[in-house]
Design a protein around this ligand. Structure first.
Ligand code: GTP
Ligand code: MG
Length: 199
């Protein structure tokens, strides 16, 4: 089973520093949020089946704007990551304002794909992000990335532990691997279903 986005024409729209950017035409938007290096850009590429679409980097902190892709009936928005310790205080502040303003004020935001590394417990910044998203009232799809880094028998216990740490049910967190493609098709279906029900 492949992602429902694979084979669709997905195009890069632009890179924007302004959280109030007007996209034409207006379409439902899905944002990819999570700490730096968690795998946001890789997930976008895996979902669309286009490896070179969003910039993947071994060096964290490269995404500093809203990078927008058209999918074509919705927009996918690659957000800057948080928690990049080596960025300056001013830059971290600017990035967190950009992300927070975008996530809380955006009328066309249909949902957030929130990524956590399956091997790591949620950080303080992760929990702050979760609280902010709960406050904004947007649907959130919680995705646990890099499941290929674990042995098969380690996956279920980590899913349970992370769900518990986030006060969620196990069914509310989806393990995926952008490397092997595991879980990607299901996530793509969830996104399309959410986009269709967004009015
Ligand atoms: P920023 O843009 O800095 O916030 O990072 P990001 O969240 O976009 O992460 P990115 O997709 O650039 O991936 C970071 C690193 O993790 C890269 O070296 C990827 O190759 C690696 N990576 C991403 N997804 C996976 C995965 O599913 N499995 C494995 N093994 N590595 C992954
Ligand atoms: Mg990125």
């Amino acid at each position: 089973m492949s992602s429902p986005f694979a084979g669709l024409p997905v195009t890069f729209v632009g890179s924007f520093p302004d959280p109030a950017i007007q996209l034409d035409p207006p379409l439902p938007e899905f944002a990819f949020a999570g700490r730096s290096n968690v795998g946001k850009s890789s997930l976008l590429n895996a979902l669309t089946g286009q490896p070179g679409l969003a910039r993947v980097s071994g060096t964290p902190g490269k995404t500093v704007h809203l990078n927008v892709f058209r999918a074509p009936e919705l927009y996918l928005v690659d957000l800057p990551g948080y928690g990049y310790a080596r960025a300056s205080r001013t830059e971290r502040h600017r990035l967190s304002r950009l992300v927070d303003t975008y996530l809380t004020r955006r009328d066309t935001l249909a949902g957030v794909v929130w990524l956590l590394d399956i091997r790591r417990d949620p950080s303080e910044e992760d929990l702050a992000m979760q609280a902010m998203m709960a406050h904004s009232g947007r649907p959130v799809l919680v995705v646990l990335t890099k499941m290929d880094k674990l042995n098969h028998s380690e996956i279920a216990p980590r899913v349970r532990a992370l769900a518990a740490a986030l006060a969620l049910h196990e069914d509310q967190v989806q393990p995926v691997s952008s490397r092997t493609g595991a879980g990607i098709a299901d996530l793509g279906e969830s996104l399309l279903a959410a986009a269709r029900s967004f009015t």
